[in-house]
Design a protein around this ligand. Structure first.
Ligand code: ADP
Length: 392
């Protein structure tokens, strides 16, 4: 069965086509600059790459180009031949605790949840609606970033605000990056030789956005992102945890309005806010060249992760393994080393420096009580697998 995975943004669609029986990626690519004068279409089949520039007026037209190319390349006769299409949808609120087959009611609900993710849910729906219109028989599945965290207990998801902010306005911790945390957790359980529902893990996703999740008996019991992806770890351009009163203070002192503060906290903070760069590779280069601000940013970034590992170790009780994933987690031996430094005696987390530099799958010492894994995330595969489970 062939499953197409789509991640639709406001002016782009990332896609990947899987053959589920063969465990194979048939092609992947990107449709971008949708709605601009000149759009761009790029697709890769293994080594072979195809690109074209043309006006892509909307998502529907972008997907018709994709179908045309897949037909020309002899991969599909048309989209109706697909077993299903899995869509990444950012916010499932507390309504969706798992992936679902899309129908009118689901679309309505995702639309309703747009108030919680105004930049994401409406654009995630563009791909769903475009396909539903052209191929009404096609099975479409919505896979939510928040769903994996729906197992959080109330103690972890209720903020200490007036309770009616939860009951009336849905203010609570939802958590994000769920498909990534769930994917690497399942892989880690396999490596531990355990069933997922026996695995106790701390999964650390470090990319442009960063989050960390406490998993007890295979279920997410706490996670660092909150009502929105702004809370928690220090990120590329987002501040993560701060004293909320800083917002009132800055508003009063500088006369900044809510939108200006929103921009500051989401776009001008984090690593970028501290040292001017949000790309970890650049920061590491600058640290090597003895740049003090880059060093400070890196230290603050790693210290925040370390604090959460401590907190989540206590929340879980007995941790089997911690898992690094995401662009930084998978590739930066420096970040992994700085995060694990000093956790030997307190938590029994012992990093093997050489294995870490070689980026082995297991980078802890044999004597380490808690294993340390590096597991590449694959959110598209996770979406494809969840979609496959539902359509078959
Ligand atoms: P996204 O969250 O957008 O999916 P990624 O998971 O691709 O992003 O992560 C992007 C981050 O990974 C960037 O900060 C980038 O600098 C970092 N990164 C990628 N490769 C390396 C590397 N070899 N060493 C250090 N950081 C890296």
């Amino acid at each position: 069965m062939k499953i197409l995975v789509l991640n639709s943004g406001s002016s782009s669609i990332k896609f990947q086509l899987f053959s589920m029986e063969k465990h194979e990626v048939l092609c992947h690519g990107l449709i971008e600059k949708i709605g601009e004068k000149l759009g761009h279409f790029k697709i890769k089949f293994g080594e072979k790459e195809l690109q074209k520039d043309e006006n892509i007026k909307d998502h529907s037209f972008g997907l018709s180009i994709l179908q045309e190319v897949l037909v020309e390349e002899g991969i599909l006769k048309n989209f109706d031949e697909l077993g299903g299409v899995g869509h990444r949808v950012v916010h499932g609120g507390d309504f969706f605790d798992r992936a679902v087959l899309v129908n009118d009611e689901v679309v309505r609900k995702i639309e309703e949840l747009s108030s919680l993710a105004p930049l994401h849910n409406p654009v995630n729906l563009l791909g769903i609606k475009a396909l539903a219109k052209e191929y009404p028989k096609l099975k479409q599945v919505a896979v939510f970033d928040t769903a994996f965290h729906q197992t959080l207990p109330k103690t972890a998801y209720i903020y200490a605000l007036p309770y009616e902010q939860y009951t009336k306005n849905h203010v609570r911790r939802y958590g994000f990056h769920g498909t990534s945390h769930s994917f690497v957790a399942k892989e880690a359980a396999k490596k531990l030789g355990k069933d997922m529902d026996e695995a106790n893990l701390i999964t650390i996703h470090l990319g442009n956005g960063d989050s960390i999740t406490a998993i007890k008996n295979g279920k997410s019991i706490d996670t660092s992102m909150g009502l929105t992806p702004l809370e928690g770890l220090v990120m590329g351009t987002r501040c993560g945890d701060i004293d909320p009163a800083i917002i009132f203070y800055l508003s009063r002192k500088l006369g900044l309005n809510i939108d200006e503060l929103d921009k500051m906290l989401n776009k001008q903070s984090g690593l970028k806010g501290i040292c001017g760069d949000n790309d970890m590779r650049e920061i590491e280069k600058r640290v090597k060249a003895k740049d003090e601000m880059a060093k400070l940013a890196l230290e603050i970034f790693c210290y925040r992760v370390k604090k959460y590992i401590g907190a989540y170790s206590v929340a879980i009780g007995k941790v089997d393994a911690i898992v690094f994933t995401g662009g930084i987690g998978e590739n930066s031996s420096t970040v992994r080393e700085m995060v694990c430094e000093g956790l030997e005696d307190s938590l029994g987390i012992e990093l093997d420096t050489e294995k870490n530099l070689n980026r082995n799958d297991i980078i802890s010492k044999d004597s380490s009580k808690i294993k340390i894994f590096v597991i590449p995330t694959n959110e598209e595969l996770e979406i494809a697998q969840q979609c496959y489970k539902i359509v078959s």
